[in-house]
Ligand binder design. Structure first.
Ligand code: UDP
Length: 342
């Protein structure tokens, strides 16, 4: 697993270990913490090997795969801040696209051609037709989004060129929440870009108030609507996709080859104000808000049609918005400074 010490990666390691898989993590720790993996080991009762590798280092990626000899790769390692990608596009393409090319070459060299890729609903660009299905038109609205769009295309082309490849393009909606143990969770560096980590830091007293980016959208309460998905549901989606590609899917058929996109979302949208209210209930804290103009590039509404993942992977998101907030709060209140204190 690349990027296995990060937010979604660490939760996915827990679920893979629980299913009896062996996991080796490659991570450069540039936006992740070795402490997260140590805690994953505590939760799972088993240590996880960490190789400190930067995916842009082709030789290091190859050496790591030669050591790990994986049956399959789950590829999370990437940069993900939209605003930063506008300022530093070359760095984003180098890491996200170049890193994936290095990985594909190394996988081919060691004879591993089963890959689960962290894509994103951002590949639907500025789509307005909801819900989004895997056949909705693709696009992007910023360099980060284009890197996901380009990598998907690269992987479709690779899979088309050699029938031994099996690739899952998992299009995440808005991952939030934390492991119910409260031991691992999202620990953004600097000011959080995303809604729920920001709210959590306000509730715990690290920030004064939430800025709501626009309350004049064409939505029921005027604030943006998104499809928030519990990170543990998302992690389970990766296990299901891996099983599908490896041939141990819910329907027990042989391993699926070719490239396949699956939306991982709940199918239900929540507004910014609904998320704030849910978080206040979960935490028992007030979350002060102020309203500011819209953020550049934000769409009013985005939510998934998750039917294909249900039908083909046997996977559905089961956890509610209240659970997402309760689990985020357990993590945030138990670790007000994230992993830094450890
Ligand atoms: N949002 C907000 N204040 C913040 C961060 C986000 O009002 O400090 C809103 C944002 O406009 C969007 C929703 O919360 O409607 C989710 O934003 P996030 O950045 O978490 O995800 P994305 O925009 O990628 O869906």
């Amino acid at each position: 697993m690349t990027g296995g010490a990060g937010y979604i990666g660490s939760h996915t390691v827990v679920e893979l270990l629980a299913q009896g898989h062996e996991v080796v993590v490659l991570d450069d720790l540039s936006n992740a913490s070795a402490e997260a993996l140590r805690r994953v080991g505590e939760i799972a009762g088993r240590d996880v090997e960490l190789l400190e590798v930067d995916v842009t280092d082709e030789a290091a990626v190859l050496a790591a795969l030669e050591r790990a000899r994986p049956e399959a790769v789950v590829h999370f390692a990437a940069l993900k801040a939209v605003g930063e990608s506008v300022e530093q596009p070359e760095r984003y393409y180098r890491t996200n696209v170049g890193g994936t090319l290095n990985l594909v070459r190394a996988m081919d060299a060691v004879g591993c051609r089963t890959l689960v890729f962290s894509s994103s609903a951002t590949v639907y660009g500025a789509a307005t037709q909801m819900p989004l299905t895997e056949d909705s038109p693709l696009g992007a609205t910023n360099p980060y989004g284009w890197t996901k769009f380009v990598v998907e295309q690269v992987l479709r082309d690779v899979a088309a060129s050699d029938e031994r490849w099996g690739v899952a393009l998992l299009r995440y909606f808005n991952p939030v929440g934390a492991h119910p143990s409260g031991r691992i969770g999202e620990d953004p560096r600097g000011v959080p870009n995303n809604l729920v980590p920001f709210i959590a830091q306000v509730a715990v007293g690290r920030r004064e108030q939430l800025t709501i980016f626009g309350d004049d959208f064409d939505t029921p309460d005027g604030t943006g609507v998104r499809d928030y998905i519990h990170v543990v549901d998302l992690a389970e989606g990766h296990v299901a996709a891996l099983a599908k590609l490896a041939g141990g899917g819910a329907d027990g058929d042989g391993g699926v080859r070719g490239a396949h996109a699956w939306n991982l979302g709940t199918g239900t949208g929540s507004s910014v104000r609904q998320v704030v209210a849910a978080f206040e209930r979960a935490s028992g804290r007030e979350v002060p808000v102020r309203v500011a103009p819209r953020r550049a590039g934000d769409v009013a509404t985005s939510y998934a049609n998750p039917a294909r993942a249900r039908d083909e992977l046997g996977w559905v998101a089961r956890r509610s918005l209240d659970e997402m907030c309760e689990d985020t709060w357990r993590w945030q209140s138990g670790n007000p400074q994230g992993y830094a204190a450890s």
